[in-house]
Design a protein around this ligand. Structure first.
Ligand SMILES: [Zn+2]
Ligand SMILES: [Zn+2]
Length: 255
């Protein structure tokens, strides 16, 4: 399985992960933070399935732009998957003829721009060889982590969340797990903010990893840019040999 952590900053200087989008085997994207900003456009056109973890803007900022970019007049259109609250949110707040045309209504009247598909916790969705299982996390709005499994290897994306339980049970039950993306948003001194915003700090990240029974690479993601140098230093000082910090633009291979 091949997962690219999409870049989300422009200009020179260090590339920073401001928005969340992970392209899986070219065809599937988990979260639409930056997929609609990627060039060449062919990369976007190959993506036919967009899974949304939750309604926060860093996870769907480029969604309306992506839908516009890949539109072709004809029966084919991308499918957008999300929990009921997330899909309600994009209907109400994005595709509402105010922030963006109501492409959901237009899809019923004209050749479609997009299809919506509602996810339920722990009900797997099959896309080609990939089985995608949404699992409820613990965040300020209903949020799914995802376990992606192609039958040979499996990878979990666990973001956004505060300390949580169920996803670890399912990850531990899956013998094919080869890697994990786990959020670490705020520095340890901002644990009070992490609690309110329902995220992890490096210390909480470490505690979450004590629940993981597989010895696999763990890629730290979703570091808040305002605190990035501190969070990076604190993650390094955890001294965990299997932990690396996610590199924007990098494609990770899992076998
Ligand atoms: Zn969030
Ligand atoms: Zn987020």
């Amino acid at each position: 399985m091949k997962i690219t952590l999409l870049e989300s900053s422009v200009g020179s200087g260090p590339h920073q992960q401001i928005l969340a989008s992970y392209i899986v085997n070219d065809q599937v994207v988990i979260d639409a933070g930056s997929v609609g900003f990627v060039s060449p456009l062919e990369v976007q056109k190959k993506v036919e399935h967009v899974f949304l973890s939750h309604s926060h803007i860093d996870h769907l900022a480029s969604l309306p732009i992506y839908v516009d970019n890949v539109y072709t007049p004809g029966p084919e259109c991308p499918t957008i998957y999300g929990g009921p609250e997330t899909l309600d949110s994009i209907k109400k707040h994005i595709f509402n003829d105010c922030l963006w045309p109501d492409m959901i209504r237009l899809s019923g009247e004209e050749t479609p721009f997009l299809k919506l598909s509602e996810l339920s916790a722990e009900q797997p969705v099959q896309v080609g060889r990939l089985t995608i299982t949404p699992v409820s996390l613990t965040h300020v709005v209903p949020t799914f982590g995802f376990i992606l499994d192609d039958g040979e290897s499996a990878v979990a994306i666990v973001s956004d969340t505060s300390p949580t339980e169920r996803v670890w049970e399912l990850i531990n039950q899956n013998k094919r797990i080869r890697g994990l993306f786990l959020e670490s948003s705020f520095p340890n001194s901002f644990e009070w903010l992490a609690e309110k915003a329902m995220h992890l700090t490096p210390n909480l990240f470490k505690t979450e990893l004590t629940k993981l029974q597989h010895d696999v690479p763990v890629i730290a993601v979703h570091i808040k840019i305002a605190f990035e140098p501190t969070v990076r230093a604190e993650l390094k000082s955890l001294g965990l040999a299997n932990v690396q910090i996610g590199e924007p633009g990098k494609t990770y291979e899992f076998h």
